[in-house]
Design a binder for this molecule. Structure first.
Ligand SMILES: NC(=O)c1ccc[n+]([C@@H]2O[C@H](COP(=O)([O-])OP(=O)(O)OC[C@H]3O[C@@H](n4cnc5c(N)ncnc54)[C@H](OP(=O)(O)O)[C@@H]3O)[C@@H](O)[C@H]2O)c1
Length: 308
């Protein structure tokens, strides 16, 4: 019998501890929920043991953090039961940021600090558990980023730091500069699903395993397109999922998540659905050990040919 409570995992040997299944708040503003409904959704996630919530300053056109923060302000006792992640470094054109003239990246000291402080205000929290640089910035000065992280940590505003969408070389560069200041990156948040296998092969997951630094995976269901895309790859994946799901008596979502969770770099998938059933089916996957035969069958369905 599989349990409906997410286990916990430490991103590195020095923490932080997160729920193995993370809840993604990118689409929160699309869900059109009242403050009360948002609070209920957060409480339901916490009941499933899903205590880690993934945000970014830019989500919902700079609105999603505020929507979450309103719910947290209505139930401030929930804060101590959750971990909040945010990201910075992308500048979007938005009426909420009239000073932005074009979409660009900014990993300067002043932008990182100002963005983190803005996230704190929006989320109505005193601290972030984790702040990520959202995208690699060709103008990133690693020493400057390290200095911003140091100040945010010293001021108690952010407890841990990481990156997102970084190549292994970009990760190593920043990691080295942080290490010189007694700090460490705790994750690289990257896209991965059966429709996006790049980090399995490009060294990202090898580095994560080498450093014992668990990656966080975005769009694990490929934003839903595994279930909806009419192309041949998604169709093949769905057929395999249905076959394996029937054998195991589990849903396609549970089997998909189990496939990701079987990766030895210990990844934490971020679920982006507003439906609690999808969250529950993802949590069940934490206890479903799929066989290597099933794992490679799904890989074959995604790649269209057997391994060389
Ligand atoms: N670091 C980055 O650069 C980055 C980029 C993108 C996202 N993220 C993070 O990753 C999180 C997850 O991303 P995501 O939302 O793309 O994840 P996802 O879980 O792969 O996709 C969620 C989407 O799939 C749909 N879906 C789920 N099951 C479905 C089914 N059986 N049939 C049809 N549609 C289905 C959901 O719709 P329903 O709501 O109707 O279920 C929702 O729209 C985001 O919230 C964000 O926190 C990070």
């Amino acid at each position: 019998m599989l349990m409906d409570v997410s286990p916990r995992i430490s991103l590195t040997s020095q923490g932080p501890e997160f729920s193995r299944i993370v809840y993604g708040m990118w689409r929160l503003n699309e869900w059109s929920l009242s403050v009360c409904e948002r609070q209920e959704l957060i409480e339901a996630a916490l009941e499933l043991g899903v205590t880690s919530f993934d945000h970014a300053d830019i989500y919902g056109g700079y609105q999603s953090e505020e929507l979450f923060g309103e719910a947290l302000a209505a139930a401030p006792h929930l804060r101590k039961h959750m971990q909040l992640v945010s990201k910075c470094g992308i500048k979007l054109i938005s009426s909420r940021r009239p000073e932005h003239r074009l979409k660009s990246y900014d990993t300067s000291f002043s932008h990182i600090v100002a963005s983190a402080e803005s996230s704190l205000r929006a989320l109505r929290t005193e601290y972030l558990d984790l702040l990520l640089i959202h995208r690699p910035d060709p103008l990133m000065d690693a020493d400057e980023v390290a200095r911003a992280f140091m100040v945010l940590r010293q001021e108690g505003k952010v407890r841990h730091f990481g990156v997102s969408n970084f190549s292994p070389a970009q990760f190593s560069l920043l990691q080295d500069r942080l290490a010189a200041n007694g700090m460490t990156l705790v994750t690289n948040q990257v896209e991965c699903s059966l429709l996006h296998l790049a980090p399995v092969y490009d060294g990202t997951f090898d580095q994560a395993q080498q450093l014992k630094c668990a990656p966080i995976l975005w769009s694990p269901l490929a934003g839903g397109s595994i279930f909806t895309d009419s192309g041949p790859v998604a169709k093949r994946i769905r057929e395999s999922l249905t076959r394996i799901g029937e054998q195991l008596g589990e849903s396609a979502t549970t089997v998909l998540m189990a496939w990701l969770l079987a990766l030895p770099c210990q990844p934490l998938p971020i679920v982006g659905s507003r439906r609690l059933d999808v969250l529950r089916e993802s949590v069940r996957a934490c206890q479903l050990a799929i066989t290597k035969d099933h794992w490679f069958e799904l890989l074959l369905s995604a790649q269209g040919s057997e391994v060389p």
